[in-house]
Design a protein around this ligand. Structure first.
Ligand code: T3D
Length: 259
């Protein structure tokens, strides 16, 4: 198994599992990860996912051992890239929050796979490397879209062009990720966050994700209209009524995450 799936109450812990290759992605891992995301999204009991890596790395991107570079032949990466594109679209389109615990180096597509998740925590010893320029490629897996939005144009360009490792603490300072955590505490903190999200108002979170994604291209007028419509949708969930009741009764809400 290149992916370990731990089905826990309310959420799934997904662990990339090719530690001797720093969890670089091959076709099998792509397939298993897509299947696990599909299964999580289809399961009404699943309200969050946590993605991490086994061993000392998070993910070193494409398994370069699988790449055929033959003298004189024109490499065709389009089919491989379609798999990455599908993965990023699947992650971004999940109806539940995706937390990523970056336990070690995240390079190439591995770095951008982490950035496609909703909330990224990283061990302080981890680094983010846009490794693509080292092998003559461009940042893919959404890298050219995520980077400037998260850290601004100047930092995005330098990270992409130089492929310099960005340590987790600086990544957090720059706004690339949510938080850098002591190595020993990473999984404790990531699990606590995911467990909290697994009992949150899941539909409201899905609508929040939709609104934030749309804000990337909307003007303020369009975004205000969208907020009005999505807020109405959120207000029609039982979790809204429960949230208001719980507030009035000064107790913790008991959300179902259902429509
Ligand atoms: O098809 C296409 O190419 C298009 C798709 C592109 C998407 C991409 O992701 S392109 C970018 C691909 N990734 C990289 O270029 C990163 C390659 N890896 C590294 O640069 C380094 O391994 C790291 C900087 C990530 C970590 O360095 P270090 O010194 O901590 O570890 P290491 O010794 O280099 O790696 C440990 C082992 O993992 C090593 O194997 P060995 O020597 O012990 O047998 C190494 O070969 C292997 N490994 C690391 N990354 C990959 C890999 N094996 C296959 N593919 C990898 N990407």
């Amino acid at each position: 198994m290149t992916l370990l799936v731990d089905n826990r109450p309310g959420y799934r812990l997904l662990t990339l599992n090719r530690p001797d290759r720093l969890n670089s992605l091959n076709a099998q891992m792509h397939g298993e990860l897509m299947a696990a995301l599909d299964a999580a999204d289809a399961d009404p009991e699943c309200r969050a996912i946590l993605l991490t890596g086994a061993g000392r790395g998070f993910c070193a991107g494409q398994d370069l051992g699988d790449v055929q570079v033959k003298d004189g032949a024109v490499p065709d990466l389009k089919a491989v890239l379609e798999r990455y594109n599908a993965l990023v679209r699947r992650l971004r389109g999940l109806r539940m929050p995706a937390v990523c615990a970056v336990n070690g180096v995240a390079a190439g597509a591995g770095a951008n796979l982490a950035l496609a998740c909703d909330i990224v925590l990283a061990a302080k010893s981890a680094n983010f490397i846009q490794a693509f320029s080292r092998i003559g490629l461009i940042p893919d897996c959404g890298g050219t879209w995520f980077l400037p939005r998260l850290v601004g144009a100047a930092r995005a360009r330098a990270l992409a062009i130089t492929a310099e490792p960005l340590p987790a603490e600086r990544a957090a300072e720059w706004g690339l990720i949510w938080r850098a955590v002591d190595d020993a505490g990473l999984m404790t903190e990531a699990l606590a966050l995911t467990e909290k999200l697994a009992s949150a108002a899941t539909v409201g979170i899905a609508l929040t994700k939709r609104a934030l994604d749309a804000a990337e291209t909307n003007n303020l007028d369009a975004q205000l209209d969208l907020e009005r419509d999505l807020q109405q949708e959120a207000a029609e969930t039982p979790d809204y009524a429960e949230g208001v009741r719980a507030f009035a009764e000064k107790r913790a809400p008991n959300f179902t995450g259902r429509r």
